[in-house]
Design a protein around this ligand. Structure first.
Ligand SMILES: [Cu+2]
Length: 302
């Protein structure tokens, strides 16, 4: 019973404002039909977002050395492109509102508000459908990429990764090699078995496209397949104590022959080094020592 008069009173006030809009005291909206201008701003902002999505990752990310790293960059670019029109609409309306509907000049009274929005079914339906579709596409993309990255590849090289305050140790089972550097052969899948000796660390290499927690008493497995030669860095991604920021290790993707030489130079037998690198290496091949020098790798404890 009480709501009827209140609504009428509110509508009466609204009508009063509308009639008063022609009065000299109340400013008219600068643009009576802003949709076209917002559309133009939206298109420009969308184009800027897409250009940024295509340019920024290439100039800010380190070179990706694995299939998984490539997938990560593609995912960032794709997600940003999909998000660009939505962000552009929000920022476009905000920018237009700030410029077109700002208060001009000195005034004692604040300007009257525009007529209230009571709902717009077509806009609501389009907004819900478009955003739902975008979310579904991104979800499917993300799940597919994650599933592909988490599949155990056949013939993977196993590397045991151990974090501790505040360094990394990389062991190559079956070879007796344990190193402070992570050296990987080109074009061979790698299975990282990651754990920690003390607190929670994070095994993270952006160039390898891997990041997983290193938890004490738990072995977490992650895979990567190096597909380019190059150097990279392994860092700790969990704030793990006083010298967390110094907890990084050098790494390199090298040719299989160079990998075999590196294993041998770091203590593996000729047979184990050849087997693990899947190459045929003779004792004469081991005389060069060039791999250790090129990588700058040192065995653990040296
Ligand atoms: Cu750490």
């Amino acid at each position: 019973m009480t709501s009827g008069p209140t609504v009428e009173a509110a509508q009466g006030d609204g009508a009063g404002v509308a009639r008063g809009a022609g009065d000299a005291e109340i400013p008219k909206p600068l643009f009576s039909r802003p949709a076209g201008k917002i559309l133009v701003i939206w298109l420009i902002f969308t184009a800027i977002g897409i250009v940024l999505a295509l340019v920024v990752p290439k100039h800010t990310f380190p070179p990706m050395l694995t299939k998984e790293g490539d997938t990560g960059v593609t995912t960032v670019i794709f997600f940003t492109i999909m998000a660009a029109p939505v962000a552009a609409l929000v920022y476009g309306i905000a920018a237009y509102s700030l410029l077109a509907w700002r208060q001009r000049g000195q005034r004692d009274e604040p300007p009257e508000d525009g007529p209230p929005l009571r709902g717009n079914a077509p806009v609501t339906i389009v907004w819900l459908c478009v955003t739902s579709l975008l979310c579904i596409v991104l979800l499917v993309w993300g799940l597919a990429a994650m599933a592909a990255d988490n599949q155990a590849p056949p013939g993977a090289l196993r590397v045991d990764v151990t974090g501790q305050q505040w360094l990394w140790t990389f062991s190559y089972p079956g070879t007796g090699v344990s190193s402070r550097s992570l050296v990987l052969p080109l074009n061979r899948p790698v299975q990282f078995d990651v754990t920690s000796n003390d607190v929670t660390h994070g095994f993270w290499s952006m160039s390898l496209g891997v990041q997983v927690d290193a938890n004490p008493d738990v072995v977490t497995t992650i895979y990567a397949t190096p597909n380019k030669l190059g150097k990279f860095t392994v860092q700790c991604s969990q704030l793990c104590g006083l010298y967390h920021s110094f907890m990084y290790a050098p790494g390199a993707v090298v040719r299989p022959g160079a990998f075999a030489l590196w294993l041998y130079a770091n203590g593996a037998s000729l047979r184990a080094a050849s087997l693990d690198a899947k190459v045929k290496m003779t004792r004469a091949d081991t005389a060069t020592g060039q791999v250790t020098a090129a990588v700058g790798a040192t065995p653990a404890g040296s």
